[in-house]
Design a protein around this ligand. Structure first.
Ligand SMILES: [Zn+2]
Length: 454
């Protein structure tokens, strides 16, 4: 029988003692019962729900650390994007699968059990269609299957180079899709849908997709599927939007599309007070990627007023300069402390523990953005959980009430010991069950790609 007794488990209402957790062969939780007197069951000390990574471009894992040299002029998001384009120009289906698998192993080892892939390399290097139109997306799905991580695949609508339907540049031809192309890829991916895999769609941004196209995509997608979009990440993008439409990106999107709980607005960095309140009221999730946003010099999301307005949020690793939810959530909070010259920003009267507030908030928003039954230890949800290393000096003997603070805000050791994803133990004692073979495939892919980074 698939079961575990957690001496302390983080349930939706907070910490509970002696929680008997069971799950079925399909990877669904069948019982989560506190104060259980159960003998003969494997015991773990501290158990958390696995985190959702709501924003990933898997192939960008290969770029990490390669764009950190100063150029002649001021560096920005746009200089990083040139390097990304050079990688994207040559990457093969086999290479994207190898890179994605390595990323997924790293994410699992650090506590992400679900991931949303914002997938925009659809075409072959010449800009043609693969014999299987969903070839590249299927490779990402295969990588997820080989590692055990839950996946939400979001094929991207990418038609233009800038506001006002500017024609794509030659280096963007591998990303080129119209609404029909995206819906064709979504249809091709339908047979892969299961407890561990959902399919939605993503207009890349207001730069790359027109408002009529976005409406057509929403209408063409099966109902209830997740929809993600990059928005207002860069001040330059905000300026271009105002010059083109007279409105800021989030203002324009909210005015022209029925934004609701199906949507995840990724970054949403540059918001006015009105936009912040309206986004929170829409029910959509703000998809925050603090380490990537810091790396690219994007700016800081107005977290405090957004939380005060009841806004939903989650975290993503985006460009994968980090694969750790600890670092992502730590910097989400630290950015606010630095900007506001205050402490303990992400909290509420009901949940004053900042680390618990961040973890549970990111679980709720992440689950909503993933469109999968994840993000909580509760019957009917996926069996995704983390066992922390109770023997580590930072956790040994601490009260359950202090575990999340120790986990998120003390040191840099990875305290995730065992990981259950979709009912499978994929990480034991910090080691992923197939990490060596996946690492060797990744290294080979990187050797092949190395020349384009020079
Ligand atoms: Zn992104």
């Amino acid at each position: 029988m698939n079961q575990l007794l957690a001496r302390h488990a983080l349930l939706p209402d907070g910490w509970a003692r002696d929680v008997h957790i069971t799950w079925d062969e399909q990877g669904t939780l069948t019982q989560v019962r506190a104060d259980a007197a159960t003998a003969g069951v494997p015991v773990a000390e501290y158990v958390l729900p696995g985190m959702v990574n709501l924003h990933s471009h898997a192939f960008q894992r290969a770029l990490g650390g390669l764009a950190e040299r100063a150029g002649l002029g001021p560096d920005s998001f746009w200089t990083w994007r040139d390097l990304m384009y050079r990688f994207a120009a040559t990457i093969t289906p086999g290479q994207i699968e190898a890179i994605a698998a390595q990323l997924f192993v790293e994410c699992l080892r650090h506590g992400y059990t679900s991931l949303c892939e914002f997938h925009y390399i659809q075409r072959d290097p010449a800009g043609g269609t693969y014999a299987r139109p969903a070839e590249m997306a299927e490779r990402v799905a295969a990588a997820a299957g080989s590692t055990g991580i839950g996946l939400t695949l979001l094929p991207v609508l990418y038609s233009h180079a800038g506001f006002g339907a500017q024609p794509l540049l030659p280096k963007q031809q591998r990303f080129r899709t119209g609404v029909d192309d995206v819906l064709q890829i979504v249809a091709a991916l339908e047979p892969l849908r299961c407890g561990q895999l959902e399919v939605g769609a993503a207009p890349h941004s207001l730069r790359a997709a027109g408002i009529e196209q976005i409406r057509a995509l929403v209408n063409g997608l099966p109902p209830g599927r997740p929809l993600h979009i990059h928005i207002a990440e860069q001040q330059g993008e905000v300026d271009q939007s105002i010059a083109w439409s007279g409105q800021r990106p989030v203002e324009y999107l909210l005015a022209n599309i029925d934004i609701d709980a199906r949507w995840c607005l990724v970054h949403a960095t540059h918001l006015t007070g009105t936009e912040t309140a309206c986004l929170a009221a829409s029910g959509a999730v703000a998809g925050l990627c603090p380490t990537t946003e810091a790396n690219l010099g994007d700016g800081l999301f107005p977290l405090a007023p957004y939380i005060a307005a009841g806004g939903a949020f989650g975290i993503g690793t985006d460009s994968h300069v980090s694969q750790s939810p600890v670092e992502e959530l730590r910097w989400l909070e630290y950015g606010q402390r630095l900007a506001g010259q205050r402490r303990n920003v992400a909290a509420s009267a009901a949940v004053p523990d900042v680390a618990q507030f961040l973890w549970q908030g990111a679980l709720r928003g992440g689950a909503q953005a993933a469109g999968r039954p994840v993000g909580a230890l509760a019957v009917g949800k996926r069996a995704d959980l983390l066992v922390l290393d109770a023997t580590h000096v930072n956790l040994d003997g601490v009260d359950a009430a202090d575990v999340m603070g120790r986990f998120l805000f003390a040191g840099n050791d990875n305290l995730v010991k065992d990981v259950l994803a979709g009912g499978q133990w994929v990480v034991r004692d910090g080691v992923h069950i197939v990490q060596n073979i996946i690492a060797s495939r990744y290294t080979l892919a990187l050797h092949q790609l190395r020349e384009v980074s020079r």
